[in-house]
Design a protein around this ligand. Structure first.
Ligand SMILES: CC(C)(COP(=O)(O)OP(=O)(O)OC[C@H]1O[C@@H](n2cnc3c(N)ncnc32)[C@H](O)[C@@H]1OP(=O)(O)O)[C@@H](O)C(=O)NCCC(=O)NCCS
Length: 167
């Protein structure tokens, strides 16, 4: 386990680091359906477009951004207003040091402030680190969507993880 990292809201100046870490995640082939690259200007636009219910956080050590995380509404439907989908990315060089767990625990404790009662993770079935991280943070796997999206021309399954925040 690493020393605790500092976690704060992302700022415009973090856009380059967030994009670079995102691209490292994409390079695993199992993190997301998105394709890179994500240069700073594109991530700045992305940050600007986030509203108050879709926060982005960065994790830093010695003032360097080593990880980022985000919450976003799971659905626009009123009755799902308390459900958020989470995202956690850790820089390739800083993985397996407990940073991902710190970022996810932070989301779990911050989410109620944004009006959420439950977090869900939608994680590509082959993403062993992503699923193991969620389980370690108290999420349970509630199912698998089969052939849920196309990545590089290949149909991919998505594991569904959930954690209630109020019970
Ligand atoms: C998933 C990810 C965020 C994990 O971050 P991390 O900082 O390496 O994870 P941690 O060091 O905090 O590990 C916490 C736990 O997760 C599990 N875990 C993490 N990486 C793992 C791996 N490669 N294989 C198996 N289990 C793993 C372990 O249970 C680990 O606990 P342990 O070290 O006591 O065994 C990181 O691999 C990553 O950024 N991947 C690309 C982006 C992505 O896939 N995000 C998930 C979808 S949102």
């Amino acid at each position: 386990m690493s020393a605790p990292i500092a976690i704060r809201s992302a700022m415009e100046a973090d856009a380059g680091a967030i994009g670079a870490i995102y691209d490292e995640g994409i390079a695993t082939g199992n993190a997301t359906f998105a394709q890179g690259p994500h240069p700073a200007h594109e991530r700045r636009e992305w940050l600007r477009a986030r509203d108050e219910r879709a926060p982005v956080f960065v994790g830093l050590a010695a003032d360097r951004v080593l990880a980022w995380s985000a919450l976003a509404p799971f659905s626009g439907r009123e009755w799902y207003t308390g459900v958020a989908e989470y995202t956690v990315y850790v820089s390739a060089a800083a993985r397996r040091r407990g940073l991902g767990l710190q970022m996810l625990y932070h989301l779990v404790s911050a989410a109620p402030e944004y009006g959420y009662w439950k977090l869900v993770g939608m994680i590509l079935r082959e993403n062993t680190p992503g699923i193991a991280l969620a389980e370690k943070a108290g999420f349970r796997r509630v199912g698998t969507y089969s052939a849920h999206g196309l990545l590089g021309g290949e149909w991919r399954d998505v594991a569904l993880m959930e954690r209630h925040l109020r019970r």
